[in-house]
Design a protein around this ligand. Structure first.
Ligand code: FMN
Length: 361
């Protein structure tokens, strides 16, 4: 039995996983206006507990974090209670689940903010992107540049959410620093125009994300924490001038913190692994001593190749897990996969959510 067999167990920081398949964080918008998790969500996650690790859908850390209606939160007592049935359902199936902590920053709209304030970001640079209010898709609002007090308050919000995730029974947390959301907005040179200690050099642009991550160490052991990054993805109107240099610096700092893993979206999220920027992921991996999780447009063969050639320790699948609750069992058997359907991808009921057939049904 090879150590590099995707179907065998692996240690991720403090946590032993039953296999090397990870279910990607996937926003499915089945929550409600209070940001609560519910029984339907518990069923959906339990169906997919064959994954070695599930990363929850992105989960809002505060009322100011939202960019999409009907997404869950992890900052009120009621939300904590509601998530307990999900973590329990996954644990009952011998699975593990991390909570992805989310702040959308400028990928939002005033209608989603308390008192209709402007959404927060690094600088006043509006995104050419869309948010989702209860009335549907809308262009994002112009953001406000975060003051030093806003930065302090937001770090506190992350720590509070990290505590809530622990209380809700999650096995760990993943800090979302990808896909053009708040932490990515500080990292990326196209939307961070600050001239204080949070802007300009990469040391400055990583300061806020690193402060957030370090602050969460008050709650979680680094062996139960990971960070998601997307060095060259331009999803949500994000771009940085020198991704290789920037992300090697960021990852070297994450290495100092001794986080369990980095979760890397290789290429443009959901579209392709190759982009106009050539990026050396192996070099990035070499900067980090702990686990490297690879994601984006993988299939079983490419996933195998990555692990066999030491280019990844864990492999993460998104859309294939949506369409195949028993993805790992199907892979193991070489069975055909269900196709993804657009219907019910975001919002709705069990259709397109919990009704994808299992192999033996
Ligand atoms: C419906 C949907 C929802 C998504 N929601 C999230 C999310 O909440 N957090 C996140 O980091 N990425 C999110 N993503 C991106 C996926 O995690 C993943 O990076 C992407 O689908 C590429 O992986 P795949 O080719 O295996 O699907 C989402 C993607 C899809 C299709």
């Amino acid at each position: 039995m090879s150590e590099k067999d995707l179907f065998t167990s692996v240690q991720l920081g403090n946590i032993a996983l039953k296999n090397k398949f990870v279910m990607a964080p996937l926003t499915r918008s089945r929550s409600d206006e209070k940001g609560l998790a519910n029984d339907l969500m518990a069923k959906y996650y339990a169906q997919r507990a064959g994954a070695g690790l599930i990363i929850s859908e992105a989960t809002n850390i505060s009322p100011y974090a939202y960019g999409y209606a009907m997404t869950p939160g992890i900052y009120t007592e009621e939300q904590v209670e509601s998530w307990k049935k999900i973590t329990q359902a996954v644990h009952d199936k011998d699975g593990k689940i991390f909570c992805q902590l989310w702040h959308c920053g400028r990928i939002s709209h005033k209608d989603l903010m308390p008192n209709s304030v402007k959404p927060m970001s690094a600088s006043i640079v509006k995104a050419q992107a869309q948010a989702f209010t209860k009335n549907g898709k809308v262009d994002t609002s112009e953001p406000q540049a975060m003051s030093h007090q806003d930065i302090k308050n937001t770090i506190k919000d992350y720590v509070h959410a990290a505590k809530c995730a622990k209380e809700a029974g999650f096995d760990g947390i993943e800090i979302h620093s990808a896909n053009g959301y708040l932490l990515h907005q500080f990292l990326a040179s196209n939307c961070n125009r600050r001239d204080d200690q949070y802007g300009g050099s990469i040391e400055n642009r990583t300061r806020f994300p690193l402060e957030v991550i370090s602050a969460c160490l008050e709650v979680w052991d680094p062996g139960q924490m990971g960070v998601r990054i997307a060095p060259v993805s331009h999803f949500n109107d994000i771009e940085t001038e020198d991704p290789q240099k920037d992300y090697e610096y960021y990852v070297s700092q994450l290495n100092e913190i001794n986080l369990a893993y980095i979760h890397v979206i290789e290429g443009h999220t959901g579209e392709q692994r190759k982009t106009k920027f050539a990026f050396d992921y192996q070099q990035l991996k070499n900067k980090f001593r702990n686990s490297y999780m690879s994601n984006n447009c993988l299939d079983l063969q490419t996933a195998n190749e990555l692990v066999q050639s030491d280019k990844a320790d864990l492999v993460c699948f998104g859309r294939k897990f949506i369409a195949n609750p028993d993805l790992v069992a199907r892979f193991k058997k070489g069975a055909e996969l269900n196709e993804l359907r657009e219907e019910g991808l975001y919002g709705g009921d069990e259709t397109g959510y919990t009704d994808y057939p299992f192999m033996d049904s």
